[in-house]
Design a protein around this ligand. Structure first.
Ligand code: MG
Length: 557
């Protein structure tokens, strides 16, 4: 049933090979290590692993500076190790999607090294050049305070090249059909190795073309995205594109495509920022508005919802006043902030206590879309603000209380990033091994919520609606799919509240609590009286309607 829409009710787990598990003891995470941890991910209930870039790289931007698209960086193993990993993951029923970083290459890529030789070089037109220094050479930087320009002179080429990101990441010229053919070859290569799709990095910048020698006259060519989608679907009808595009809500439909011919999934950065605003202030209305503003996408398309990722928490789409409130609550010092727009902390230290972490996670699983978890957040890992920029949230996974958190047998000085070994997030107290054995641990709770999300296909497939509750701290949502109805409530305030939704249909059927063994009957006034605790969350399904089943229960007799 609906198998081609598997991405609508999948649990995605994102990780970076480098910091997940080191199998060969050199201090750097690798495929051998990740392969050994597949059972853990399987038992957590993960359906899809999103793997950050693992290809050969000078590694000046966490691997997002690729030197060769068709290989595996030596530090992570070999292409054979990747194939081994793919085989075992697929055997466990876990799909794998990988990063597709095609806005730019590393400046060490052979294409760029050739392109620098001059206009006659074979790969010259694979990049974006200007003979003159563009007037707006320092406009449009992505990393203010760190990145100085978007056009930099290459001495060898005697010309300026365009780089939306760092100067060691020259932009590929997507307007060149040969570049687009090569992107198809890259996708085809990994599809043939069994990946289920791609997380497409920096989509708006991939699609943008511009007048030579200027940052102006930019145009986003959505037809390139449709080309990519068509190629993908020809090769594998169930493969997906998950796009990274931090855009205005009104732009979303173009990325998904009018008829669903664009991205299958796209991260909802807009809702993410308003979600943190709700967590910071206790006000649910801006989040409800953000959900409404991003609604109405093509039925086969879907949003991906997340709490934290490998970057800073970007708050650039909030008003100045809203952003300041989130900074005050979750990133009050300059050291916690980054790029004038975000917070470089992990979820648990920002939220500070278990009740709010549960609230945030429950909300992510309940938002209409596909949830994307971040490695380590399932055990409430902390951050290391002594590391530079975004590396604060990229410390090694804390597996056990053994040396180096069980991540690696290397000497501590050889680790890719130091483990957190002091304070409330010290690996000796906070680790997977311990939480697996503790009934009340965050990990045990998270596993249960993953299972609950899977038991509610209404969230991914259904129609959702926001209920008015007259309680400003509460977000109340219903999800209808076929003949079933799920009601999920979140209270962003630090105090209990009561709400009274009216009956949902003509039958006086009770609401069945999906977390506790309770039911709430319709009262004589024709409504349900529901209490929600401080930072609480409640999940219900309306009793008395047919369960979601595609085949009769008697099948097989
Ligand atoms: Mg290693």
């Amino acid at each position: 049933m609906l198998n081609e829409f598997w991405y609508k009710n999948a649990i995605i787990y994102s990780l970076d090979l480098e910091t997940f598990m080191d199998g060969n003891g050199d201090g750097v995470g690798d495929f051998a290590g990740l392969t050994r941890r597949l059972e853990y991910l399987h038992s957590l209930g993960v359906d899809v692993i999103w793997l950050a870039p693992f290809q050969p790289t000078p590694n000046k931007d966490n691997g997002y500076d690729i030197q060769d698209y068709y290989g595996v960086d030596d530090r992570h193993g070999s292409l054979g190790d990747f194939a081994e990993f793919m085989n075992l993951a697929n055997n466990l029923g876990i799909k794998v999607i990988i990063d597709l970083v095609i806005n730019h290459t590393s400046d060490q890529h052979a294409w760029f090294q050739d392109a620098r030789k001059g206009e006659d070089a074979r790969y010259h037109d694979w990049y974006v050049w200007s003979k003159e220094k563009p007037e707006d050479w320092d406009e449009g930087v992505i990393f203010p305070g760190v990145q100085e320009a978007t056009w930099t002179k290459d001495k060898k080429a005697k010309a300026y090249y365009f780089h939306r990101f760092y100067d060691f990441q020259p932009d590929l010229n997507i307007g060149n059909p040969k570049v687009r053919e090569e992107i198809n070859r890259i996708m085809g290569f990994y599809l043939s190795m069994g990946v289920a799709g791609f997380r497409v990095d920096a989509v708006p910048f991939v699609l943008e073309t511009q007048e030579p020698g200027t940052n102006g006259n930019r145009k986003i060519r959505f037809e390139y995205l449709e080309d990519m989608r068509r190629f993908l679907q020809w090769r594998n009808g169930s493969a997906i594109l998950l796009g990274e595009a931090n855009i205005e809500p009104k732009e979303a439909k173009k990325y998904f495509g009018d008829k669903g011919g664009g991205l299958h999934l796209m991260f909802n950065f807009f809702v993410n920022q308003h979600l943190f605003y709700a967590l910071a202030t206790g006000e649910s209305q801006p989040l409800a508005d953000a959900l409404e503003e991003t609604a109405g996408i093509y039925p086969t398309a879907q949003w991906a919802h997340f709490l934290r990722n490998h970057d800073e928490l970007d708050l650039g789409r909030l008003t100045d006043e809203q952003r300041q409130k989130v900074f005050d609550a979750f990133g009050p010092t300059k050291k916690m902030q980054l790029y004038e727009r975000g917070i470089r902390r992990r979820l648990a230290p920002m939220l500070g206590n278990r009740a709010r972490i549960e609230l945030a996670y429950s909300l992510m699983f309940a938002l209409p879309g596909t949830p994307v978890m971040r490695y380590g957040d399932e055990i409430g890992m902390g951050d290391d603000l002594s590391l530079k920029e975004r590396e604060a949230v990229r410390t090694p996974m804390q597996w056990s209380d053994e040396e180096n958190a069980g991540f690696s047998s290397a000497e501590a000085k050889d680790l890719v990033h130091p483990v957190i070994n002091e304070g409330p997030y010290d690996y000796q107290m906070l680790n997977v091994e311990r939480q697996l054995r503790e009934e009340g641990s965050l990990l045990t709770w998270t596993k249960r919520m993953v299972r609950l999300r899977k038991e509610c296909p209404e969230i991914g497939y259904g129609e959702w609606e926001i209920l008015k509750t007259k309680v400003p701290s509460v977000l109340a949502m219903t999800y209808r799919y076929r003949s079933t109805l799920v009601l999920i409530l979140h209270n962003f305030a630090g105090g209990p509240v009561v709400i009274r939704p009216k009956a949902f249909n003509d039958d006086p059927t009770p609401l069945v609590d999906l977390i506790e063994p309770l039911e709430i009957e319709l009262d004589e006034k024709g409504g349900y009286e529901i209490r929600i605790g401080s930072y609480g969350y409640r999940w219900f399904r309306l009793r008395g309607v047919k369960p979601v089943m595609s085949t009769p229960a008697k099948a097989g007799k």
